[in-house]
Design a protein around this ligand. Structure first.
Ligand code: ADP
Ligand code: ZN
Ligand code: ZN
Length: 746
């Protein structure tokens, strides 16, 4: 009896994502599978009273039955072509389930980039087995016998030892019969070799690395040295765009690859894959590949196979690339780690940075984060001594930091200027158009909807309990989405008494129209949700602007990322504080990030740039510090606010999101859960239940409970209390989802 055969039972997670079946079920292993079955295999099993056929994932084999063995059902078979979930992936899924709250099967599906196995693609070719002289004799014979097909193929084979099968069957039009007879004569062999599907279709000349600057070299040396000493650290590289972070990543990866290790590179969004890939491809060639949602299932599967077999060293992609199964993972790198897109929007709502940290710990890998405007989380951990900070202080392409003007829109109004362009911005736009230089106008639309501010004094109507702005709802009432606080419509500013208190309404389209009126000859491109709906249209707009087919590019958030336009010498930020009014606690951080990045678009070429920041709140620290490009000072002020209000990263927060058929049922369950959490003796603070920001989606009413505590483990316990409570309710119709340290208002 082999060791494996002693395991006669298997614990299996059923492929049904429902809390009620979210535990392992035990099955008997049939004799035929005793020596075959392994943890991670997908099996077919009878489930429930009706024994309907289900799939499940084996997470454990055991020799001991937890129930009388005759009561256990038997596994039917291993599902053909299913992917085996590795032990590492099962551990990571269990970690995600525990830390983010989801069913085990949902967590398992998340950590599997490819769910089904695909037969390898094959490449067939015809190979010559005899020397050319012998083929010439055969050719002469074929000519005598007037065998046209033989003449065609033998002629080719005299010159080429290997012919692609497509050529032979296609252009040469040789039948299978002819090939067979040549094969039987020992003249040729038809060979099929399996090849991986490779989504990287690039040809680019190889480039050698740049001579690293002193700052860059220090980073690479220290991290590499720590790694070789067995230290597995987390490192934050803080450097503005263009300061050489990517070059550092490449040098670090070179060292890892030389040491026989593999690396994962995460980027914030799929649209940036191509430019990053191209740079890596020039250094690593076919040893680098990509993983993202636009790949076919077969391509995804093959990238996992290539990772497993060591055919590649590096994978690049958005957050799901984290789950590519590298057996020798040495380093995970996360570029622009502050980007909100690293948080998953479906269950389990994992954050790629935290998950990468857990994965790195499991696999003994190092973690490298990079950002021009680090998340408060990352910088907080630097202060705590958990991450090591490396600054990159200089832009390597030349180009100085731009000159920034902050314009107070309240003063513009006082001076009688009601246009969306301040006098300073008008003056600079006119000058740039005359000089033939390019302009970017940035409309910060985040948090656009709903908030109310005073045009005379800049006052924003806020919740007295939560320090976030109130949002306007139907009928004019104002509502806090954290605690449910509500007040009637405001028609006079409570600060200065002005009646000019309202929402900001300029959209990108109105701005384009305004430009048309003021500068009729200017050529304008607009980039927003409307103009980029079609596939590739985003890239087309960017290319057109880069080729200087337009003078002005107007856009929302999308234009601030990654793209380099050397012709741009002026950036106008039209309403910098719009995003400050997004009613969530990250508003100040997001504003600082967006402004810093937008300002960074100016003066990337050889001429110096200028930036105009228009705002109703020029005194707000997010705006002041962005104008100064001073992250350190911004952090100091922002972290005080987080500490005072117990927001992450100073404390942790769990949003429990309830979906219900009626508002009463949703609120009712919210109150019930509040009671259960209180009864459990938990020390957490409970806020709500309140209506969610989006009160209804597809006729499902949404409520949210916010739970706060300094210790994440206390939030996990609350999640467990809630799960236990809802699993005990037989006929519960409401849904409950968890969002730990949410990125946005719910
Ligand atoms: P980041 O990732 O911080 O935006 P990059 O690594 O893309 O910065 O570098 C910005 C530009 O500077 C790139 O064009 C890159 O080729 C160049 N660069 C980076 N490091 C060096 C170096 N040591 N010497 C010369 N040029 C460099
Ligand atoms: Zn006012
Ligand atoms: Zn409130």
């Amino acid at each position: 009896m082999t060791e494996k055969e002693q395991y006669r039972y298997a614990n299996i997670i059923i492929d049904i994502s429902h809390e009620k079946v979210d535990r392992p079920f035990q099955y008997k292993i049939p004799a035929s599978l005793l020596s075959v079955l392994e943890p991670g295999m997908c099996v077919s099993i009878p489930f429930g009273k009706s024994n309907r056929l289900c799939n499940g994932v084996v997470i454990e084999l055991t020799g001991r039955a937890d129930y009388p063995a005759d009561k256990l059902k038997e596994i039917i078979e291993v599902v053909p072509d299913s992917v085996i979930v590795s032990a590492d992936a099962i551990r990571l899924a269990a970690w995600m389930k525990k830390n983010y709250g989801s069913t085990m099967i949902a967590a398992l599906k998340t950590v599997l980039p490819a769910k089904q196995a695909y037969r390898p693609k094959t490449r067939k070719s015809v190979i010559r087995l005899k020397p050319p002289e012998q083929l010439r004799e055969l050719l002469a014979e074929a000519v005598r016998k007037k065998q046209a097909a033989r003449i065609r193929i033998l002629t080719e084979l005299i010159n080429e030892e290997v012919l692609p099968y497509e050529l032979v069957a296609g252009k040469l039009n040789i039948s299978a019969g002819t090939l067979k007879s040549l094969e039987n004569q020992g003249v040729i062999e038809v060979r099929a070799e399996s090849i991986y599907r490779n989504p990287v279709r690039l040809t680019a000349a190889e480039e050698t690395g740049k001579q690293l600057s002193e700052e860059q070299r220090t980073i690479v040396e220290e991290i590499t040295c720590e790694y070789s000493q067995g230290i597995r650290g987390t490192y934050l590289i803080h450097g503005i765009t263009g300061s050489g972070k990517t070059e550092v990543y490449i040098a670090l990866i070179k060292n890892m690859v030389s040491a026989g290790r593999q690396c994962i590179v995460l980027i914030p969004e799929i649209a940036l894959t191509y430019q990053t890939l191209l740079r890596f491809y020039k250094r690593f060639g076919d040893r680098v590949s990509v993983m993202h949602s636009s790949l076919s299932q077969g391509e995804k599967y093959d990238q996992c196979e290539r990772a497993r077999s060591g055919d590649i060293d590096i994978i690049i992609g958005p957050r799901s690339a984290l789950f590519v199964p590298f057996p020798k993972l040495g380093m995970i790198l996360i570029d622009e780690e502050h980007e909100p897109s690293y948080k998953s929007e479906s269950m389990p709502r994992y954050h790629a940075r935290e998950t990468a940290q857990a994965l790195a710990a499991m696999k003994g890998a190092a973690l490298v984060l990079g950002s021009a405007t680090p998340s408060l989380e990352a910088y907080y951990r630097v202060q705590e001594g958990r991450y090591k900070l490396f600054p990159l202080t200089r832009r390597l392409t030349g180009g100085t930091l731009p000159t920034v003007y902050t314009i107070d829109l309240r003063q513009e109004l006082k001076a009688g200027n009601r246009s969306v362009f301040s006098r300073k911005l008008q003056e600079l736009i006119t000058a740039r158009l005359a000089a033939g230089e390019q302009i970017i106008l940035f409309l910060n639309r985040r948090g656009y909807a709903g908030f109310i501010s005073c045009r005379s004094c800049g006052h924003v109507v806020k919740c007295p309990h939560c320090d976030v702005s109130l949002a306007k709802h139907k009928g004019g009432r104002l509502l806090c989405h954290y605690c449910g606080y509500e007040t009637p419509e405001v028609t006079r500013c409570p600060e200065c008494g002005s009646g000019y208190i309202l929402g900001f309404r300029a959209g990108t389209q109105q701005i384009e129209e305004n430009i048309g009126k003021m500068w009729p000859s200017a050529k304008v491109l607009r980039m927003d949700g409307d103009t980029t709906k079609k596939k590739d249209s985003l890239q087309q707009i960017l290319t057109a602007f880069a080729e200087r087919q337009a003078d002005i590019l107007i856009g929302t958030q999308m234009i601030v990322k990654g793209h380099d336009f050397p012709g741009v010498t002026l950036v106008g930020i039209l309403a910098a504080d719009l995003s400050l009014n997004a009613n969530d606690y990250r508003a100040g951080e997001r504003t600082f990030q967006l402004l810093t990045q937008a300002a960074g678009r100016a003066g990337r070429g050889d001429r110096p740039g200028e930036v105009v920041i228009q705002t109703y709140r020029p005194e707000h620290y997010s705006i002041v510090r962005a104008a100064e490009q001073d992250y350190g000072k911004f952090y100091e002020e922002e972290i005080i606010y987080r500490e005072l209000a117990s927001y992450p990263p100073a404390a942790h927060m769990l949003a429990i999101v309830i979906g219900a058929a009626t508002a009463e049922a949703g609120k009712g369950l919210g109150e019930e859960l509040t009671g259960a959490i209180r009864d459990s003796g938990s020390p957490v603070r409970i806020i709500g239940p309140a209506e969610a920001a989006v009160t209804k989606i597809k006729d499902v009413f949404r409520f949210v409970l916010y739970i706060k505590h300094a210790d994440y483990q206390e939030l996990i316990k609350v999640k467990d209390v809630v799960e236990a409570k809802i699993n005990n309710q037989e006929s519960r119709r409401e849904s409950v989802q968890f969002d730990f340290d949410p990125m946005d208002r719910i």
